[in-house]
Design a protein. Structure first.
Length: 351
């Protein structure tokens, strides 16, 4: 497959202008990108070319009917300079699960994996080596076919772009438990990484920011009685010494970091429950002192501790712990990702 990937190298790299000691998240882009076109009923061979704007017709269906999905991944360098990925096949599977729901042609696994590996070889120098930094990888697919008719497109693009990045969040976040707006609904596309899911989050999140919070804790769409996600992340709650997270469903993304944290927590002999958790239970635990931790999990931030939350005009602070589960779990997963510890699960993929 790799021999079928055409590579067009950039004439002059931009890397010398990048300060790798002060990397923002996701706004400095590497030299190259991968593009693959679905046309005439099949995927054409991928092309690696210089990172540049793309041209689309104004009637391209992505603009009108929102057929757009994406993934988030990271590449790391270990102490020996090896390039490492973390559970990349899970990203490919989830991208295709999202594609199926939005009637986008699924990308062949070999196109995804070999295209990704070849792109990382070409832009290997862009993978940061500073502690806490990584090369953020954004695979995405969208409808590029033209027409105003409300129907699936006949042409699509699969692309991968990369961005050397520092930490997504710095420190802990303060969140607001949402009582009115919903991130997703039963039977909808909440389980898919569809662009529209995130667009719909921006307004209620902005309202929370205006009240002094950093993010929103999403609740179920019907009763708003149960917490489900934290911003764009899965959420974990620690009550006493039990770690609890919501089960995945139509509304909740099956996070790769989430499922990895669940495995690690069990193997570290932490008590873990996957079940519904009500807002009332969280409030009672906070009032009694049983609520020890809340944190979000996701590719970008890995684990983002929550320092406090608001609900019905009242704020609740979480305690500062000497050895929080969030810190233990974050070290466990990042040590595997960066080859600082053994990987008994086969999650780490070396190029």
């Amino acid at each position: 497959m790799s021999s079928n990937i055409e590579i067009k190298h950039i004439e002059k790299s931009k890397i010398a202008s990048v300060d790798f000691n002060n990397l923002p998240f996701g706004s400095v882009f590497s030299d190259h990108m991968l593009t693959c076109t679905f046309k005439n009923g099949k995927w054409e061979s991928p092309v690696i070319e210089p990172y540049s704007p793309i041209s689309l017709d104004p009637s391209a269906k992505i603009f009108h009917y929102g057929q757009s999905i994406f993934e988030g991944m990271k590449a790391y360098k270990d102490a020996e300079g090896n390039t490492l990925l973390f559970r990349p096949l899970e990203n490919c599977k989830r991208l295709n699960k999202s594609a199926e729901r939005l009637v986008i042609p699924q990308i062949p696994e070999e196109f995804f994996m070999q295209g990704l590996k070849e792109l990382l070889k070409v832009d290997e120098a862009w993978i940061p080596t500073n502690e806490g930094s990584s090369l953020y990888i954004r695979p995405f697919m969208f409808a590029s076919g033209n027409g105003f008719h409300a129907s699936p497109a006949n042409e699509y693009k699969f692309m991968i772009c990369t961005a050397p990045s520092g930490a997504y969040f710095a420190g802990k976040v303060n969140v607001l438990i949402e009582e009115k707006y919903a991130r997703a609904a039963n039977g909808g596309v909440g389980f898919a990484k569809a662009g529209g899911n995130y667009a719909a989050q921006f307004y209620p999140t902005q309202l929370a920011i205006e009240k002094g919070y950093n993010q929103v804790i999403w609740t179920d769409d019907n009763t708003h009685e149960y917490i489900e996600e934290a911003g764009a992340m899965n959420i974990f709650v620690r009550i006493n010494d039990t770690l609890i997270t919501s089960p995945t469903n139509d509304r909740i993304l099956d996070g790769i970091t989430r499922k990895s944290i669940l495995q690690l927590a069990e193997d570290l002999n932490m008590a873990v429950e996957v079940r519904k958790i009500s807002v009332a239970e969280v409030i009672v635990a906070a009032q009694s002192g049983a609520l020890k931790e809340m944190f979000g999990t996701g590719t970008a931030a890995v684990i983002s501790p929550i320092s406090g939350f608001g609900f019905q005009e009242k704020d609740y602070e979480l305690p500062t712990l000497e050895m929080p589960f969030a810190s233990i779990l974050k070290k466990s997963i990042t040590d595997i990702q960066t080859n600082k510890s053994e990987d008994p699960y086969g999650w780490r993929v070396q190029l």
